[in-house]
Ligand binder design. Structure first.
Ligand code: GDP
Ligand code: IMO
Ligand code: MG
Length: 433
């Protein structure tokens, strides 16, 4: 094992509350890559990609799926609903994507029908303290992984073991469903459905840890695709209003099964403003004509749940936090075009928390809810920027906006994006060697 080797790898990380354009940027970079590795989360993610005016929505499948020469890996850190995965593949096939390479980690956990039911049940019981989950069963699937009740794809391949694990799980979950007055699930129905699925997916289930490691050692260009965003991280997000996995670059060695030096560049995807779906604090949130405009122009509706996204001004404290906990080396600023026509743009550069000025995200829920953003204001621009091809072509005020983000976050801007199409991406620095 060559510890000092510098691999040709890039990790794509969401730096806010998700939906920063990770799918678009991963897909853009995948044109150069040999392998794309989704390393955490499940079909709570919604990654929207536009290629030649055609829009694709991915939830589980890595964003390199459109290129037959790219190996797409779903790593052990993911929780995968195989029913949803097959539906997603079917939809892609209907859209003409038939020739692809897709691999599932034998150690990845399966999202089962009872996880989805539990997700809904727990949310209902939490009442006002509900998280606003995507109800895809993600939390309960990761809970089972941690409590060692989960079913991995390797276990699924062994029919005798699968029967035992499924029986135990159905017994435990039905005890809960009964206690909370919910309809029980049927072992026979789940077993029957999953037996059919096994035949369709068994050829994809492999040891992805070795596969990705060999690719890195071979000098291949490997792209790691994160889902969600750092503020939704189970450890470093706005707990408890977070997801159940860690989308940081530092989680990749565990989420994929790789040495510490497996990530060479860590590219933070930064939306030019802030959005959030689900509940939880949001210091720079605002609701007026400008936020409505941003929602409509930016198409700020969830890819997975269709919920309108909450809108806020750019918050450099969030992205600074993401830069630290995820070790960002570069950032991409997306959806810059959405801000065109707004007279004055605001950037939060710090907060006032209990009378004290800070740039650090407070861990406490109340402190974060009460954090008052301190803003700088910048003049906007009116010129259409959707066709610019270089940084130089941007209006001066747009240039200054990017420079202000770079200065406040303290990480170099290596790309920016001026529209949903993958062609509307401008490189300032190349990501792969
Ligand atoms: P992800 O979850 O991080 O992959 O992001 P989503 O796909 O959920 O949300 C990002 C949305 O913004 C999608 O509708 C994209 O098509 C769109 N998008 C991405 N980059 C840009 C951009 O630079 N400008 C505009 N107008 N839309 C963009
Ligand atoms: P992408 O990859 C935005 C949010 C949910 C909820 C919280 C927990 O498209 O950026 P969960 O279903 O994970 O238990 O929900 O996390 N959430 C996302 N928000 N983008 C996502 O993914 C998200 N995945 C989960 O709205 O607040
Ligand atoms: Mg999304």
């Amino acid at each position: 094992m060559s510890k000092k080797k510098i691999y040709n790898s890039v990790s794509v990380v969401g730096t806010q509350w998700g939906d920063e354009g990770k799918g678009k940027i991963t897909n853009y970079l995948s044109q150069e890559a040999d392998m794309v590795v989704r390393h955490q989360g499940g079909n709570n993610a919604g990654h929207s990609i536009v290629i030649d005016d055609k829009r694709y929505s991915l939830h589980l499948i890595p964003s390199g799926i459109f290129d037959p020469s790219v190996k797409n890996v779903m790593a052990n850190g993911m929780v995968i609903n195989p029913i949803a995965m097959l539906e997603e593949l079917e939809l892609l096939e209907e859209q003409g994507i038939k020739d692809y390479q897709l691999f599932i980690s034998d150690r990845a956990h399966m999202v089962m029908p009872y996880h989805i039911k539990l997700d809904g049940m727990f949310e209902k019981m939490k009442g006002e303290r509900k998280i606003g989950t995507t109800k895809k069963g993600i939390g309960p699937a990761y809970t089972d992984k941690s409590s060692r009740d989960g079913i991995r794809f390797i276990d699924f391949l062994d029919d005798d073991l699968f029967k035992i694990l499924l029986k135990n799980n159905v017994k435990i979950k039905n005890t809960m469903f009964k206690a909370f007055g919910e309809k029980e699930v049927s072992y026979n129905e789940i077993y029957k459905e999953f037996s059919k699925i096994r035949e369709k997916i068994k050829h994809m289930i492999v040891d992805t840890s070795s596969m990705v490691y060999d690719a890195l050692e071979n000098g291949d260009k490997v792209l790691f695709e994160g889902a969600q965003g750092v503020l939704l991280c189970i450890d470093h997000g706005t707990y408890p209003f977070v997801t159940s996995s860690s989308p940081t670059s530092s989680s990749i060695p565990v989420n994929v099964g790789l040495p510490l030096n497996s990530v060479t560049k860590s590219l933070g995807i930064v939306k030019a403003y802030s959005t959030r779906v689900g509940t939880g604090g949001f210091p720079t949130e605002f609701e007026d004509e400008v936020s409505k405009l941003i929602r409509e122009v930016g198409n700020e509706y969830g890819v997975t749940t269709k919920r309108p996204r909450r809108i806020g001004w750019f918050d450099s404290c969030l992205v600074k936090h993401a830069a630290r906990v995820s070790g960002l080396t570069d950032i991409t600023i997306t959806l810059l075009d959405v801000l065109t026509g707004i007279e004055t743009l605001k950037i939060a550069t710090s907060y006032e928390v209990n009378g004290v000025k800070t740039t650090v995200i407070p861990a406490g829920e109340k402190d974060f809810n009460n954090a008052k953003p301190i803003y700088i204001e910048l003049p906007g621009w009116t010129e259409d920027i959707t066709k610019v091809k270089t940084f130089k072509e941007l209006p001066t005020n747009a240039k200054n906006y990017l420079k202000a983000i770079e200065r406040e976050v303290g990480v170099k801007v290596s790309q920016f994006s001026v529209g949903p199409d993958r062609e509307q991406t401008i490189d300032i620095n190349k990501m792969f060697k």
